[in-house]
Design a protein around this ligand. Sequence first.
Ligand code: ARG
Length: 579
Amino acid sequence: MSTGTERLTRAGAGWNAAVGAAVNPSTARGGTLRLVSSADVDSLDPARTYYVWVWLLQRMLNRTLMAYPTDAGPAGLVPVPDLAEGPGQVGDGGRTWTYRLRPGLRYDDGSPITSDDVRNAVQRVFAQDVLPGGPTYLIPLLDDPAHPYPGPYRTDEPLESVRTPDDRTIVFRLRRPFSDFDHLMAQPAAAPVPRRADLGAEYGENPRSSGPYRIAAHRPGRFLHLERNPYWDRAGDPVRPALPDRVELTIGVDVDELDRRLIAGEFDINLEGRGLQHAAQSRVTADGVLRSRTDNPRTSFLHFVSIQPHVPPFDDVHARRAVHYAADKILLQQARGGPVTGGDLTTALFPPRLPAHQALDPYPTGPDLRGDLDAARAELAAAGLPDGFEAVIGTQRGKFRLVADAVAESVARVGIRLTVKELDVASYFSLGAGHPDTIRKHGLGLVVTDWGADFPTEYGFLAPLVDGRQIRRNGGNWNISELDDPRVNDLVDRSLHTTDPTERARHWREIERLVMDHAVILPLVHDKTLHFRNPWVTNVYVHPAFGLYDVQAMGVAPDRAENTENTESTESTDRETTP
Ligand code: ARG
């Protein structure tokens, strides 16, 4: 038996082996993990990042009160205490959340981590003028609208709703119950930031570390190197195995070249998680060994078409339902890239990993999923538009454009004539599809869009899309259809008042049924990607909360050098640029 085969056997690897389980489980420490990405990080300031892969990178650099465990199964969706000794102690019917820090925590400069640093992190989220880019869920929960808090750079007054009775205790008094609060305390923005190091907008250039690694060097657009944080306490961290001694991320490699060099073994893992591009996909799929090193997980993004009741004739639910019935699901899936990289077709909203997931198919599109044109025509007749109508579909160039064309081709079969309006890519979610004025200006009855939850709960996944209180009139709006149904809003609130999983799931199933009844969201696919893992990388698994490889769990097997075709340049040469 060749050693190569043996390695694969030991690896227990195979197609999709790192989905729901870890490939190459190991506790062996040492070596350098070599990562690659085509794009640079959005920010190394934990309050300013929104890229999923940077959130995963943040798990190496920063700890939070709570964190998602290193677990490939459903347990990975539930935050566990990280800096905190236990989960938030809930009081006052879900309004008060109290955490206590573990003793002896230190930053990478040896200074102690205190409750005031967590408070400062939370206060920084309010300074959106100085630190834009990250999630803002904490603001409406903690702000007093009568005296809006402007963030720590405009006032020395503290945020009243957060108290630190001692160096290890922090108490949050929310304006309303929020049963998912532990999830917000697991987001990078909740990582402690000491005031003495907090340079505002520049903090990301020299951030403190509370996790197992700290930044050794970052040359924007070129590389980011991490080294061990000597003050991190392994025994006091229940989440992170921290196996490699060093992590080197090469930034700015063109996507096809990246795939080539990754498969050649020059890099261990693509951190960015964009997945293999077309050229590499064909190569890998045709080769049994390479194929056994790929995973095809869901990314946790839902692709869908938003239908706007405030743009006629979609004010009539029958016009909206006509679009649902007329959708050629197979054509739409092909437009996304097919079953492997396009995603799994869906007729409902929640991904299967969420407890409230239910088999829901209110507008069946026939046994071949090509559309039920008779049902579509019946809806048109009910809307008083038996011959169809004209409408505009908003999209952006690239794959979104292909989806818009597929929608147009689908509904043309029942006389709905769509004009495609392409909006700017860079500002699509902020000022284009995400701005209610733009929707009205161009009369965008239909909009091609997607959404990935910021935390893996039903609220995190669906509330931004359907909660009437979350319509953002000034842009960055995800409730594009501007659904504002009191029954939905009320059920959302009820779900936030209870931590009972059965009750919550019941509320969310009801919400999903109501939303589908309104027919304002035409779900297309749960997005999927094809990832490549090299066989010497240990502890490789797709994190269920993020849909990407959990890089902080990974190690490198000692025998990597024999496996690697190109063994040059694994040693660091960047000392001169170390800050
Ligand atoms: N919710 C945002 C979106 O759908 C970001 C999702 C990915 N980022 C994240 N950190 N969850 O575009």
